[in-house]
Design a protein around this ligand. Sequence first.
Ligand SMILES: [Zn+2]
Length: 306
Amino acid sequence: MLIRELVRRFLIRQVDCGNRVTVLRALSVKPQPKSDLAEFREVFSKAKHIAIITGAGVSAESGLPTFRAASGHWRKWKTQDLATPQAFSRNSSLVWEFYHYWRELALKAKPSAVHLAIAECEARLRQQGRAVVVITQNTDELHRRAGSKHILEVHGSVFRTRCLSCGDVDVNHNSPICAALEGKGDSDPNCPDADIPVGNLPRCDEGGCDGLLRPDVIWFGETLDSHVLTKVEKELDACDLCLLVGTASVVFPAAMFAPQVASRGVPVAEFNIRPCSSTSPSTFYFQGPCAETIPLALAPHQSEPM
Ligand SMILES: [Zn+2]
């Protein structure tokens, strides 16, 4: 009896061990993302609904700093410490100086080859009854200026303001955004803070409200806009191809989106300057400057009507 029990336990351990080995084998044979452009182009040629998720690497192609990165700095501050509701209530002048600097940089920047290739792809595919949506975490509106029409800005835009009193959201491309910020916002660490009185910072002109305005962007510690997220979810559920450009599938917020798409068996293709993460759920991975890889990847096929 005892021997039979020992044998039974031994067999269970063996089976258990065997299962684990099988699982480990399955994990270890998870295919690495492919870098075969011709194969990607084949998939791309058949896709009817393409979601393109873009990140800071795309703005960097236009010479804009990656302020949301952990390494981002302005003057002597980490930008992650400035882009918070707490920083704004502590020192609205300083935060507005930073955003004024950012807005002026973005206004001077030009859409890169990546922005233009994505916009051109959307226009071309629309003629063929196919859809492209840009889901971007960038707030510089360069996709819009490049000509993209269907854009979801998950982190808002530095060219929109939101009133802290009445909640009104307004488009604002003024340069400078208010007289008191003219010539302010220098990023030099030795530049003195402007200490602008709060009454002279951007104010709401909606029906005599005069409330303090803030940039209509998502700050660290804030949740993403639920209306935008609902639209993103819908697009991700509908897409039959997903591209990640200038961002990684393992970095927030793309990390929320890419695995969801991949889990439906929809191909995900990453285009990034950094090496591929070992946990990437992507089917394709193209390492290198997006300004080189994306125009090639999204170019018209020879047989395709222009
Ligand atoms: Zn207002």
